[in-house]
Design a binder for this molecule. Structure first.
Ligand SMILES: C[S@@+](CC[C@H](N)C(=O)[O-])C[C@H]1O[C@@H](n2cnc3c(N)ncnc32)[C@H](O)[C@@H]1O
Length: 334
C-alpha cells in the first residue's frame, strides 16, 4: 500500500509543479508510510506534490454533488455497492491504512461514522471500538438497509441524517469519521464545520475522500461526476473550521503502484484535532442547497444520467490499472 503523510496547509500551497502522480510513480517508495514534516528532502517532495492544474471550484457542484441526485444515485448503487466499489477503490487494507490516523485506541471512544453507507468503514472502526459506541449516519435509507443486514453492526446505532446538519449535540463524540462521502456534499466546508461542532474538545476528525486527477480524460469525468478535492482544499477546510494539527495521509489501491494521475476515489485520509469546546469559530451563511425546493425533472434526470456515465469511467480505471500492474514488470513506473 502506498501511503504518505503531509502536515499543514502551507506545505501544500508552495508552488506550481509536478503532480502527485509523478511524485508517486517516480520519486517515492511505493510501499510503507513516509512522514513529511521538515528538512530538505521533505521540502523537495512536498514542493512537487503541490497540485495546481485548474480544477472546477468546489463551489460549482458536479452532476451528482447534490443531495437529491446523490440520494437517487445510491438508490441504485446500494444494490451492488459492496461488490463494485470496495474491490476497485476501497479495499480492507486501504481502510485500515486510512483509519490508522484516526487513533482508535480505546474501545470506549464514542464514534460517529458520517456517510457510513453500507457500513464498510464501520466494520474497520469496530475492530478497535465497541459497536455500541458507534453511530452510522447516512442520508440514504437504501445504503443503511445494507448496513442493518450486517451481523457485526447489530449493536451500532444506525440513523438517517445529513452530513451538513448533523443530529448530534455539540461536544458529543470523541471521533468523527467520514469515508467517501464528502464528494457528494454540496458544501464540504459546512460538513467539516459540523464535524468540528459535534466533537468533544481534543476529539479527532478523520475525513477520507477522493483526490483530484491530473490526467485530462480522468479530470473530465471527475468534474462531471462529483467533487474530487485537491489536497490543499481539504487542509484549508479543516483549518478554517478551527482544527489544529491538520494532517493528510495519502492512500491508494496497492496495484496502482502509487500512481495518482487518474485521481482516486479514496485517495487521502485527513485528520484534525478540535482545539476549543463549542461550535466552530467559522461563520457560514445559509445552506448551498435547499432539498425541499422543487427541481426541473428533465434537468434532474439528465444530471443523474450524465453523472452515472462519468461514474462508469471510474469503474473502469481500477481495472485498467490492475491490468497494467500485471503486465508492466515490478519496479517500473506504470
Ligand atoms: C461512497 S459511499 C461511502 C460509504 C461508506 N462510508 C464506505 O466507506 O463504504 C458515500 C455515502 O455518502 C452518503 N452521503 C452522500 N451525501 C450525504 C449527506 N449529505 N449526508 C449524509 N450522507 C451522505 C451516500 O448516501 C453514501 O452512502
Amino acid at each position: 500500500m502506498a501511503s504518505y503523510l503531509v502536515s499543514g496547509a502551507e506545505n501544500l500551497t508552495l508552488v506550481r509543479g509536478k503532480s502527485p502522480n509523478d511524485l508517486h510513480a517516480r520519486a517515492l517508495p511505493r510501499i510503507g508510510s513516509v512522514a513529511i514534516n521538515g528538512g530538505a528532502r521533505s521540502k523537495a517532495a512536498v514542493l512537487r506534490c503541490s497540485l495546481s492544474s485548474s480544477a472546477r471550484p468546489a463551489s460549482q457542484p458536479r452532476f451528482i454533488q447534490h443531495k437529491k441526485e446523490a440520494f437517487w444515485f445510491y438508490r441504485f448503487l446500494s444494490i451492488v455497492y459492496d461488490h463494485v466499489i470496495n474491490p476497485g477503490h476501497w479495499t480492507e487494507d486501504m481502510r485500515d491504512e486510512a483509519l490508522e490516523p484516526a487513533d482508535l485506541w480505546n474501545p470506549n471512544l464514542k464514534v460517529v461514522d458520517v456517510g457510513g453507507g453500507t457500513g464498510f468503514t464501520t466494520l474497520g472502526i469496530i475492530k478497535r471500538v465497541h459497536p455500541k459506541n458507534v453511530t452510522i449516519l447516512d442520508q440514504s435509507p437504501h445504503q443503511l438497509a445494507k448496513a442493518r443486514q450486517k451481523e457485526a453492526l447489530k449493536e451500532c446505532t444506525i440513523i438517517e441524517g445529513d452530513a451538513e446538519d448533523l443530529p448530534f449535540p455539540t461536544d458529543y463524540a470523541d471521533r468523527y469519521i467520514s469515508a467517501g462521502s464528502i464528494e457528494y456534499w454540496p458544501d464540504p466546508q459546512r460538513g467539516i464545520k459540523e464535524a468540528y461542532r459535534v466533537l468533544k474538545l481534543g476529539g479527532l476528525a478523520c475525513v477520507i475522500g477522493p483526490v483530484y486527477p491530473t490526467f485530462w480524460l480522468s479530470r473530465f469525468f471527475a468534474d462531471m461526476w462529483m467533487l474530487f478535492p485537491k489536497e490543499e482544499e481539504y487542509i484549508e477546510w479543516f483549518k478554517k473550521a478551527g482544527f489544529k494539527d491538520v494532517k493528510l495521509k495519502r492512500i491508494g489501491p496497492k496495484w496502482y503502484r502509487g500512481v495518482r494521475r487518474h485521481g482516486l476515489i479514496m485517495g487521502c485520509s485527513v485528520t484534525g484535532v478540535k482545539r476549543e469546546s463549542g461550535d466552530s469559530p467559522l461563520q457560514l451563511g445559509p445552506k448551498a442547497e435547499d432539498v425541499k425546493k422543487p427541481v426541473n425533472p428533465f434537468a434532474f434526470l439528465l444530471r443523474l444520467f450524465l453523472g452515472a456515465v462519468a461514474a462508469t469511467y471510474y469503474v473502469l480505471v481500477p481495472i485498467y490499472m490492475w491490468i497494467k500492474d500485471k503486465i508492466v514488470p515490478k519496479g517500473m513506473p506504470i
